[in-house]
Design a protein around this ligand. Structure first.
Ligand SMILES: [Zn+2]
Ligand SMILES: [Zn+2]
Length: 87
């Protein structure tokens, strides 16, 4: 599999077209029109280039943030745990 991209597990399984797109953040051309972010920006933000959902390694930080902004965060922590278990 081509690893010159930064995608979540779900998007990695999908087939993307070869047409190019534009990064929403810096305007650099992306390797697929499905990508809303270039590789650099996606890695910097820790989110998927295509769907902009946080990658697994960001879950720890998200959980931490959620804990800091309790009590509404309980639900977010539960979701984060569930996603981590999948990975
Ligand atoms: Zn960019
Ligand atoms: Zn994705």
């Amino acid at each position: 599999m081509d690893h010159h991209n930064y995608l979540c597990d779900q998007c990695e399984e999908k087939a993307f077209t070869c047409s190019t797109g534009t990064c929403e953040k810096c305007g650099t051309s992306t390797t697929s029109s499905y990508y809303q972010l270039c590789l650099t920006c996606a890695e910097e933000l820790g989110i998927c280039q295509a769907c902009q959902r946080p990658k697994a390694k960001m879950l720890k930080r998200l959980t931490q943030l959620a804990l800091e902004s309790a009590p509404k965060a309980n639900r977010a922590v539960e979701i984060a745990k569930r996603i981590r278990r999948k990975n």
